[in-house]
Write a protein that binds this ligand. Structure first.
Ligand code: AMP
Ligand code: MG
Length: 353
């Protein structure tokens, strides 16, 4: 309102008649509505222990399909849900899961092999031991060294047999697909959108992003990478591009506090402790969200040196943010970074190939 008055005043100062001014305003409004992006239809739900938001250039029926699928994925994979296939497998009540669940478990254990256990879907007992489920809960105790030592062998993914459509878990072991299922779900939504001919959409499954297609008018999407030092997810830099997924793993997402120290939710099953290295967050960019999700967790555990070697085996780019506020980006996605968007106090470097 204040701004409009200022415009009126400016035109009056220039001696423009009010009637001509209104014609100008109407023309301006018409022009802007021609170039305006088509507004996206948005829906939100709380599933997979997080907020899921999908916005599409399409109609409500497509969103109905999208959210039915998201509910189904939550029903199948949420290990806290007593009727989910993962819960039933973990409780030795199911040997032969559906093909869909078997395939994701199978892929997850293959990822464990190729990442040498940095990504470990057999991490269930350790996740339960630590119980890191919230943000900033203050605890009066953490697991003892002895408890951790006893739990590490229960996370040995080599002891799980996955073959002939059967998943055989030894006693006391359990599967946790929390580090991959949102990425998988994102790719499943992308399939629905492609089948329905949707041209433009943003999928945000609790920070697991897919910038689908292109923005109306053929423009790039602008997607922020969160500042890991600030709780409100303010952006640290902006990525510009079309049809890409961006997934971040960070030490700020879920944690507990014990004696003033933060313990976050991504663990190294070699030590049984939350992964500790120079990193505050890792973001992965690729065409497949499942790959992004798996790699963001893996590289967060690996740290920079090993992480750079690991990612060479995959078609993906990385942005590391270190605890001392350096941003290291791989050369294959460096051009997507809007250099003007980098937050003050951070230094951007390109990783040598
Ligand atoms: P993300 O936020 O994708 O990095 O996934 C973190 C979640 O995956 C945690 O809350 C755990 O349930 C599980 N998780 C933690 N550490 C690992 C790991 N090293 N490998 C696989 N899953 C993990
Ligand atoms: Mg992940």
């Amino acid at each position: 309102m204040k701004q409009n008055l200022n415009w009126l005043q400016i035109y009056r100062l220039k001696g423009l008649k009010t009637s001509r001014l209104f014609v100008l305003i109407i023309v301006a409004v018409l022009l802007s509505s021609c170039t305006k992006e088509a507004s996206l239809v948005k829906r939100e739900a709380f599933l997979m222990n997080t907020v899921l938001t999908v916005s599409i250039d399409g109609d409500e029926e497509v969103l109905d399909k999208v959210f039915e699928r998201l509910e189904e994925i939550d029903r199948l994979y949420n290990r806290k849900n007593e009727s989910s296939e993962i819960y039933l497998i973990n409780n030795h009540k199911l040997l032969r899961p559906s093909k869909e669940v078997y395939d994701l478990i199978d892929r997850s254990f293959q990822y464990a092999k190729v990442t040498d256990g940095a990504f470990n879907p057999a991490i269930g007992p350790l996740v339960d031991l630590w119980g890191i489920d919230g943000t900033g809960r203050e605890l009066s105790s953490i697991p003892s060294a002895d408890e951790i030592k006893k739990t590490i062998p229960l996370c040995d993914y080599n002891n799980v047999s996955i073959k002939d459509r059967e998943v055989n878990l030894p006693e006391e072991m359990s599967i946790d697909l929390g580090a991959i299922v949102k990425g998988y779900a994102t790719d499943e939504i992308v399939k629905i959108l492609r089948d329905d001919g949707i041209k433009s959409a943003i999928i945000d499954l609790g920070g697991n992003i897919f910038a689908y297609g292109e923005k109306a008018g053929g423009n790039n999407w602008r997607i922020g990478v969160a500042d890991p030092f600030i709780e409100n997810r303010e952006s640290l830099l902006v990525l510009e591009g079309k049809d890409f997924s961006l997934v971040t793993s960070g030490n700020y997402e879920r944690y507990i506090i014990y004696k003033g120290k933060k313990y976050h939710h991504i663990s190294d099953t070699g030590t049984g402790m939350p992964a500790e290295n120079e990193l505050a967050s890792v973001s992965i960019i690729s065409a497949k969200s499942e790959l992004c999700d798996m790699l963001s967790t893996t590289l967060f555990v690996n740290g920079i040196e090993k992480g750079v070697e690991t990612i060479k085996n995959f078609d993906a780019g990385v942005i590391f943010v270190t605890k001392d506020k350096r941003i290291l980006a791989s050369s294959n996605i460096y051009n997507m970074i809007n250099l003007d968007s980098i937050k003050e106090g951070f230094i951007l470097e390109k990783i040598d190939d």
